[in-house]
Design a protein around this ligand. Structure first.
Ligand code: ZN
Length: 192
């Protein structure tokens, strides 16, 4: 009896090289993993690996329906984050921040905030209304970008991640402890 696996006839047609590039969807690291609470290392080498990682981070963020994702949230302690406050609707809205620094902040907005690493919990956090960030793109080129409201909030939230800071740290102690207790319970139940 012939072995099917040795058959030379392919039963699927390979996609052309240009369409073959696929993105990896990373699982999102949840609160409790120490990688979320330590500062990331600077991105030093800008090569194809970083461009692939950035692609994968966007794909992972869209899959999780987030508007921002920082490298520590996929278990990589790196100063790299991707943001898209349009949720993938506008390709021009895709922002890559490598080694970002806030160089100007202005105003205050108090708004509810959540985090892909702390699913199911939200809290009010005061953030600047306008934020200007200096960063490098996926090719290592330096640039500046200014954000307002939700985008300014995303800049602050994601840059916090690169410093090992979670939005919980901006909540009142009462609210923070409440959330931590609930997460502890979920963990005991094996639901976290
Ligand atoms: Zn977050």
């Amino acid at each position: 009896m012939p072995d099917k696996s040795t058959s030379s006839k392919p039963d699927t047609v390979a996609a052309p090289e240009t369409l073959a590039k696929s993105s990896k969807i990373y699982p999102i690291v949840k609160y409790g993993d120490p990688v979320l609470e330590k500062p990331g290392l600077p991105v030093k080498k800008f090569d194809g690996d970083i461009e692939q990682l950035v692609d994968d981070m966007f794909a992972s963020m869209y899959a999780a329906q987030g508007v921002g994702l920082a490298a520590p949230q996929i278990g990589l302690s790196l100063r790299l984050t991707v943001i898209d406050v349009t949720g993938g609707k506008n390709p021009e809205a895709k922002i890559v921040l490598a080694n970002p620094e806030i160089i100007h902040a202005e105003g205050e907005v108090r708004e509810e905030e959540g985090c892909l690493s702390i699913p199911g919990f939200r809290g009010y956090v005061i953030r600047p209304q306008f934020v200007t960030v200096k960063a490098q793109n996926a090719k290592g080129e330096s640039y500046e970008i200014r954000g307002e409201n939700l985008l300014a909030r995303a800049f602050c939230h994601e840059i916090d991640h690169l410093n090992g800071v979670l939005f919980l740290q901006h909540l009142s102690m009462l609210k923070r402890d409440l959330i931590k207790r609930k997460i502890k319970k979920l963990r005991k139940l094996g639901e976290w």
